[in-house]
Design a protein around this ligand. Sequence first.
Ligand code: ADP
Length: 230
Amino acid sequence: MDSILKISHLGKSYQNAGRTLVVLDDINFSISPGSTNAIVGPSGSGKTTLLGLCAGLDRSTTGSVELNGIALDKLTEDERAEVRNRNVGFIFQNFQLLPTLTALENVMVPLELRGEKNIRPRALELLDKVGLADRGHHYPLQLSGGEQQRVSLARAFSNQPKILFADEPTGNLDAETSEKVEGLLFDLNRDAGTTLILVTHDLELAAKTGRIIRIKGGRVAEDIINKHNA
Ligand code: ADP
C-alpha cells in the first residue's frame, strides 16, 4: 500500500441558523505509511475538523477519506468505530480522560472494549512506557496536565495503532513536558512504525516532522516535504 490515508476532494460544511458555513473545501492529500506529518494553519481554519474526518470521528459533506484501504464515507457509525478501534489512536488537546476512572482504568477501557484478556498488566505496561507506572491509582484531577496527556498517550497506544492523530498534543503543556510528550510520539513512530499526523501551532514541533501541510481558508495552502526528516 503506498498510502495509509487518502483524502480526495474532501469538503465539510455546517448548517448554522439557516446559513451554511463551509469549513473545508476540496482538500486532497495522501499520507505514506510510517511517515510523520504536521497540519498547521490559523485558528479556525478547519484543522480539528480535518483531523476528525481523517480519523473517522466525523463524516464529510463531500469527497472521500480512505483509511488503511477502507473508504470511510460508505460506512455506518458502528462500522467506522470498528475501523477506528482497529487502526487509529487519537489524542485530544484537552486529554478527554474519564474523570470517574483512575489513570489505570482509563487505559484499560479500550483494551476491555476490544475484549482483550489480562488487561490490567497490559495497561500497567502502557503506563510504565509513558513513565507513570506509579500513578495508576490516581484520578485525572489528581494528575498534572502533562501527566494527563501521558495517560491519554498510553490509552492511544493501547491498540497499537497504525496511525495516530494528535490534536495540539503539546498545546497545554510547559516546555519540559512538551519535550517528553514529543519524545514519546516520535519513539512510537521510530519503534513501531506508527504514522503520525499532528495538528499543531508549534512550528518547532512541525519542523521535526517529515511533512507540513498548511491549511488556510479551508484549503491546502502549502504542502512541504521536509527531506531531512522524511
Ligand atoms: P481549527 O482547528 O483550525 O482552529 P476548527 O476545525 O476547530 O478549526 O473549526 C473550523 C470552523 O468550523 C470554525 O469556524 C468553527 O467555529 C466551525 N465549527 C467547528 N465545529 C463546528 C460544529 N460542530 N458546528 C458548527 N460549526 C463548527
